[in-house]
Design a protein around this ligand. Structure first.
Ligand code: ASP
Length: 440
């Protein structure tokens, strides 16, 4: 049987006719590239507006009972421009009329937003000569809004089996009552992963406008290297610190089925991009796979003499946090101290009350909260087999005369987390990157 690859193209990859041509060339380059998930037209230039945002705008205008003529005409113009420039014999007028009426009659917000991918996919399917499979008929949600995997995979696999080549609009599916629901923003990535799983694909190609995931934030490090290969687990660690190339939820459907993801660049299709794989035997060239971090953490430090001998101390502290609805990030402990690192925003407005309760419930000697902490995660499967990685991280930071406020090594041994003062964040991250990536 022929192998199947599923491709998802983001909004900038399908923003105008020139981009559509690049996309078609990519798809036609390999016969295994059978199922394509499309986003709505994105930005053509930095100040441009995404069609999804234009649709939300129309929805808001209609909700305020304002006229949508001008706003809707701009959306029509975007699609008509693509159809004309591609030389397609296609008239979208009936579709526009239906959508416009629905907006004026106060159709649901998700339905309105979903029309961006719906229309773009109709055009792409026509341009490629592929079947069009509406996500409405193959992707389902439960009443509580969660994704209905069983129903979806059964229905979607059957629909895909009927078409050798097809385009599926991203971003949305159906509720049990038949109304349209979208995933959160950027959700076409999730649709791509679901289609890959339903099609039993060998690969999920996620085509965007960058040549893969970078080892560090390019706003902090000049021209960081592209990560060639990263495991799902490493990706989760870096994503937790804010380094993402994809919607976070897109990992789960393919991860369960062990389908690798390849992040590729529509504007540089010859670049190999980043492979996201279930497990990897290949050690990364740089020991670490990537480094990422975030500001905005606070450390709650609780001191108590002979804390180490008191059974249940940690539980008491954590149940106070639970009562306040605060989740914790890390808990470095000493013999007589325990620190709980939390997001500063999560304790804003309840600091004093929190201190008081911990003091009382855990019978602590002292409780203090220090803000302005940044966390940096150094992530890499190569760390397990290389001695001295932690030492190199600490020396690199110390050489910059920066004080480390917290250290935590994940038990899987593929990450080290350090906490530094926010003002030292940039310099610490840059020093770590330089330590591991030496340009030849
Ligand atoms: N068009 C939607 C958005 O802008 C979904 C997507 O592009 O993935 O969020």
């Amino acid at each position: 049987m022929q192998q199947t690859k599923v491709l998802k193209f983001g909004g900038s990859s399908l923003a105008d006719a020139a981009q559509f041509r690049k996309v078609a060339a990519i798809i036609r380059a390999e016969p295994e590239r059978r199922y394509v998930v499309a986003s709505a037209p994105g930005k053509r230039f930095p100040e441009d507006i995404k069609v999804t945002d234009m649709l939300y705008d129309c929805f808001d205008l209609a909700a305020r009972k304002e006229n949508i003529d001008e706003a809707f005409a701009k959306i029509e113009a975007r699609y008509n421009g693509i159809v004309t420039d591609l030389g397609l014999d296609m008239d979208l007028t009936p579709e526009f009329r239906k959508i416009r009426m629905a907006i004026e009659h106060h159709a649901g917000k998700d339905y309105v937003a979903s029309r961006g991918e719906y229309l773009n996919s109709l055009i792409l399917a026509r341009y490629l000569g592929f079947a069009f499979i509406d996500a409405e008929a193959g992707i389902f949600f439960n009443d509580d809004g969660t994704f209905d995997d069983k129903h979806t995979y059964k229905a979607l696999s059957a629909l895909l089996a009927e078409a050798d080549y097809a385009v599926v609009p991203g971003f949305y599916g159906s509720m049990p009552n038949g109304t349209i629901k979208t995933f959160s923003r950027g959700g076409s990535d999730v649709t791509g992963a679901i289609v890959a799983r339903a099609a039993d694909a060998v690969l999920y190609e996620n085509w965007t406008d960058v040549s893969g995931m970078l080892m560090a934030d390019p706003r902090l490090v000049e021209h960081p290297r592209v990560i060639e290969e990263i495991t799902y687990r490493e990706l989760r660690e870096l994503a937790y610190m804010g380094a993402t190339v994809m919607h976070e939820e897109a990992i789960f459907p393919v991860r369960e089925a062990c389908i690798p993801i390849n992040i590729r660049n529509t504007n540089a299709p010859e670049d190999p991009g980043t492979m996201i794989v279930p497990n990897s035997e290949t050690a990364p060239a740089t020991v670490i796979t990537g480094v990422a971090g975030r500001k905005g953490f606070s450390s709650i430090t609780i001191e108590k003499d002979r804390m180490n001998t008191e059974v249940g101390f940690g539980r008491k502290v954590l149940s106070v946090l639970e009562d306040f609805g605060v989740s914790f990030e890390h808990i470095p402990t000493g013999i007589d101290t325990m620190s709980v690192v939390v997001a500063t925003a999560s304790i804003a407005g309840c600091k004093e009350a929190l201190i008081g309760r911990i003091f009382r419930d855990a019978n602590a000697d002292s409780v203090t909260i220090d803000d302005n902490m940044a966390l940096i995660a150094i992530v890499g499967r190569g760390m397990v087999s290389n001695k001295g990685t932690a030492g190199r991280v600490f020396t690199a930071i110390a050489d910059q005369d920066i004080n480390i406020r917290m250290i935590d090594q994940g038990s899987g041994e593929n990450n080290i987390i350090v906490g530094v003062n926010e003002r030292d964040y940039d310099a610490a991250l840059q020093a770590i990157y330089r330590e591991f990536v030496r340009e030849d």
